[in-house]
Design a protein. Structure first.
Length: 140
């Protein structure tokens, strides 16, 4: 089950049912199933605190993924900074909802096992993100 929360901000995700259907399709396409995924929308300051407290990283980011997966069942916490998503949308010249979708699928791809540490990893991650963003457009 996918659940949505807010910490220190007020934000409402539109069309949660479509989002859940899409993320379940992403998981199924990668031969996985959705377990318990919490998507926590927050501010830059909140995600910085999480980053410093749990990962000892002193920098802002758009998403932090905590992986609790077991075998082919995807479970985890995705902390998403709405502030950073808005800034990234402006920077990359995209609409906020599309950038938010990219960040959400990015977190799910991390749960699946994709990484973004090397140039090759980043290329693979971007390719998967683009593929699944196109899939969302088809079902939405």
């Amino acid at each position: 089950m996918i659940r949505y929360y807010c910490e220190d901000i007020s934000f409402k995700l539109k069309d949660k049912a479509l989002n859940n259907k899409w993320l379940k399709m992403v998981a199924a396409s990668e031969l996985r199933k959705i377990g318990d995924i919490n998507i926590i929308f927050c501010s830059d300051n909140y995600i910085l605190d999480v980053n410093m407290k749990y990962l000892q990283h002193d920098y802002f980011t758009d998403i932090i993924t905590f992986d609790y997966c077991e075998k082919d069942i995807l479970s985890g916490d995705l902390f998403i900074s709405i502030d950073s998503v808005r800034e990234n949308a402006l920077f990359y010249g995209t609409e906020f909802p599309e950038e938010l979708n990219r960040v959400m699928v990015h977190g799910v791809l991390h749960l699946i096992g994709y990484d973004d540490h090397t140039e090759e990893d980043i290329k693979t991650m971007r390719s998967k993100e683009n593929y699944y963003l196109d899939l969302r457009k088809q079902i939405g």
